[in-house]
Ligand binder design. Structure first.
Ligand SMILES: [Zn+2]
Ligand SMILES: [Zn+2]
Length: 421
């Protein structure tokens, strides 16, 4: 049973509800470009995960088979008192490992490169929760190995992982302010807002997944202070809406420094040193601006309202496509969904370009609609065997592409509309 797949409709419902509350109150927690970028990163993380998640599963199964100390049976995890205690132990043990994984993800450069994606949003709402990395598969699994050495069954640990992730969804909100004593025990919206801040006093605090007690115990807890409102985001802003670049930006910084460093120990060492550390010679030749959080401005390139409506509608198509691909993956496996994923990824990329307000964006979007999408659909029908209703499939694809292209061509020139607004 895939708990996360079951949770997705509830995630979307909660998000729509929060969006509605935000709209009614005019609180400004949502901007369409930032939310679309966060959700695009989430979709990218899920869909690339179809191809990368095997690494962790293979490693975990291997360790469990060859190194487990206790031969725990799945049948022990039933609804008896002992069974429930075992479930609670597994969930707490996972949360403990999560704390350290998350802490190292902030403190070590190469792990930060993967995790930074989750922090790039300069807003804070339920869409931020779904903003996940696509490269976490590289090292993330290592931190949970002790639990497999102990011998917890794979199914149990996969379940408590899902519970941990699902729990973390709801804390990404500004609608809930303070929760009294719960703020001191559990990870709550207030103390997770602190974690997403770039204010000096909030940096590298509140790493917990479900329990904030770990932070209190290991000295990384910080309460949200009324006189220091959280400024969300990262110190080196992403400054574009490209979900692929969001996943590569920090690796790119590190690669730049590694290439420019004179000493070999710096070229190799930089990846595993404290986040923010730079080789002294590189720091001197290529200094980076220091950030003044008090003068922070959100990245928000101007685009016309009519184009924003077009992007939002297209992003609705992306969500439907992503849900359909999840269904196809569950039934047919990763090989079957590669081409549909390519269609989706291309769309997320061009929608980012449109939101960036790039001059070439509309031309590239037109190419996607009229050339790439039909070509990829043709490739899909060939590679996956003839679909049951080929005529209907083609009618949908051609109808979608033509209708979208006409809408795009009918949009007023971005500049003229911007002057009006
Ligand atoms: Zn984090
Ligand atoms: Zn978060």
């Amino acid at each position: 049973m895939d708990l996360i797949a079951i949770a997705v409709p509830f995630f979307l419902l909660a998000l729509i509800l929060e969006l509605f509350v935000d709209w009614r109150k005019g609180s400004g927690f949502y901007r369409s470009n930032d939310a679309i970028n966060s959700l695009s990163a989430g979709i990218l993380s899920t869909t690339t995960g179809y191809f990368t998640r095997l690494l962790a599963l293979v490693a975990w199964s291997f360790v469990l088979r060859h190194f487990a100390i206790i031969d725990m049976q799945l049948a022990w995890f039933d609804l008896s008192v002992r069974g429930v205690l075992l479930w609670v132990t597994a969930a707490l043990a996972w949360d403990f490992c999560y704390y350290w994984f998350h802490r190292f993800s902030h403190e070590i450069s190469v792990l930060w490169a993967a995790h930074a994606v989750h922090h790039q949003s300069e807003d804070y709402n339920l869409s931020t929760a779904l903003r996940q990395t696509s490269t976490g598969f590289l090292f993330g699994w290592i931190f949970y190995l002790p639990l497999f050495v102990v011998g917890f069954p794979l199914e149990v640990l996969i379940t408590v992982n899902a519970v941990n992730l699902i729990y973390q969804f709801w804390v990404h909100t500004q609608v809930v302010r303070r929760m009294g004593v719960l703020d001191r025990i559990l990870v709550t919206p207030s103390n997770h807002r602190v974690h997403h801040a770039q204010n000096e006093r909030y940096i590298d605090k509140n790493y917990g997944g479900m329990l904030i007690l770990w932070d209190r115990f290991f000295g990384t807890f910080q309460d949200e202070a009324d006189d220091d409102p959280v400024v969300f985001g990262v110190r080196k802003p992403l400054a574009n809406w490209n979900p692929f670049w969001a996943n590569l930006q920090v690796y790119d910084y590190l690669l730049f420094d590694a290439r420019k460093a004179a000493r070999w120990r710096d070229k190799l060492g930089i990846w595993f040193r404290r986040t923010g550390w730079r080789p002294p010679d590189v720091e001197e030749r290529f200094p980076r601006k220091t950030v003044d959080v008090s003068r922070f401005q959100k990245f928000d390139p101007p685009t016309s309202p009519s184009q924003r409506r077009y992007v939002m509608a297209q992003f609705g198509v992306s969500i439907v496509l992503a849900l359909s691909i999840a269904e196809l993956f569950a039934r047919n496996g990763a090989g079957y969904v590669l081409v549909p994923c390519a269609v989706l990824w291309l769309q997320l990329y061009t929608l980012g370009l449109l939101n960036d307000g790039r001059a070439s964006a509309r031309r590239i979007e037109l190419l996607r609609l009229l050339a790439a999408t039909p070509a990829l659909y043709a490739l899909f029908t060939v590679s996956s065997g003839v679909p049951s209703q080929p005529a209907l499939g083609w009618a949908v694809v051609i109808g979608y592409s033509l209708a979208s292209a006409l809408w795009l061509l009918a949009l007023p020139r971005a500049k003229s509309e911007l002057v009006m607004h």
